[in-house]
Design a protein around this ligand. Structure first.
Ligand code: GLV
Ligand code: GLV
Length: 327
């Protein structure tokens, strides 16, 4: 039997070449846009597997439409777009792409941090508008990064990679997680402390979010939390939009509860709160955490390797619902 897979959007070609070399047939959605729901529901019918991306909601309706598919390989580390419990009930394997995008995403969080601290986006706009008339002692002052306090919410793979980079700036690290990470604490060369969330918010100069989106992390950063932060503090979110209450953040930025924010993700992506785009004190990127040529190619390899293993009858290497395999 030759497996037949539907790929919901173009991914780097080398990954598709690997799928082809494995003898798997596939079609890729041909438009350079998020696949419309009706097209997705039609295309998954009769397929043996689907390679999907994080802009698609993969739920009971999709599983009904995909009458044959027993594997959905999600091209992302996050899988909040997939109803995993429903997949497990139906015996459908769900896989993700962990590990390979850790460094790229940690780098992007630092890009946001540095851009916010040094007002890079504002200054770029100022220069392009022809307003630069010469160096000035009071021109576009930002904030130091070195030797300050970094608050890391969530010490998973990405949170840790983000925190490790702070050593180059001799920063003090405060972090939260389900439990202390003794390994990180031993490896970090400057002061590091596992703290309660409230202490982290009160004491950090920079706060960066690195938790997955779950019911328990929805609006984790809301009005109460933003009010606890220092007026000079900067909030970074490169994880998932709904972790931060965007309306509360707009208020915080307008009223000066915090100094600025750097965001890569939004509550109603691709929509962005209309007031956010009018505020100078935030840097806004279009969900670029893993967006490097090398990383997106590696993500493609992991997604197709899961499909290839599955069709050989082997357990997919990064299965997120392993109960399906036992069952
Ligand atoms: C991107 O946001 C991912 O989860 O891979
Ligand atoms: C992602 O790789 C994470 O779990 O932080």
């Amino acid at each position: 039997m030759t497996a037949n897979v539907f790929v919901t959007r173009m991914i780097p070609q080398p990954a598709l070449d690997r799928l082809k070399a494995a003898g798997i047939q596939f079609d890729v959605y041909s438009e350079d846009q998020v696949i419309p729901r009706d097209v997705l529901l039609k295309e998954v019918k009769g397929r043996d597997g689907v390679l999907c991306i994080l802009t698609e909601t993969i739920d009971a309706e999709v599983f009904d439409a995909a009458d044959k598919a027993k594997i959905f390989a999600n091209y992302a580390v996050g899988f909040n777009n997939v109803d995993v419990a429903e997949a497990t009930r139906r015996g459908v394997c769900i896989t993700n792409t962990p590990g390979v995008l850790t460094d790229a995403t940690a780098d992007l969080a630092w890009t946001l941090l540095m851009s916010s601290a040094r007002r890079v986006a504002e200054c770029d706009g100022y220069l392009r508008a022809g307003k630069y008339t010469g160096w000035g002692p009071m021109l576009w002052l930002g904030q130091d990064v070195s030797e300050r306090t970094l608050g890391v919410i969530g010490m998973g793979r990405i949170g840790r990679a983000f925190a490790e980079r702070a050593a180059a700036f001799r920063m003090k690290v405060l972090y939260t997680d389900a439990q202390p990470n003794k390994d990180f604490e031993a490896a970090y060369p400057y002061e590091v402390r596992f703290v309660e969330m409230d202490e982290l918010l009160r004491k950090s100069d920079f706060v960066s979010v690195h938790v997955p989106l779950l019911d328990s992390t929805h609006h984790l950063i809301s009005e109460r939390e933003l009010k606890m932060m220092q007026p000079h503090a900067i909030l970074i979110n490169s994880a998932r939009g709904p972790i931060v209450d965007e309306a509360a953040l707009v208020k915080a930025l307008k009223e000066g509860w915090i100094w600025s924010a750097g965001l890569d993700v939004y509550e109603e992506e691709p929509a962005v709160h209309p007031e956010l785009v009018t505020l100078p004190n935030c840097v806004l990127l279009p969900h670029l955490g893993s967006a490097t040529i090398e990383t997106r190619t590696r993500m493609g390899y992991i997604a197709v390797d899961n499909l290839i293993a599955f069709f050989k009858g082997e357990k997919p290497p990064t299965l997120v619902n392993p109960d399906v395999w036992k069952g």
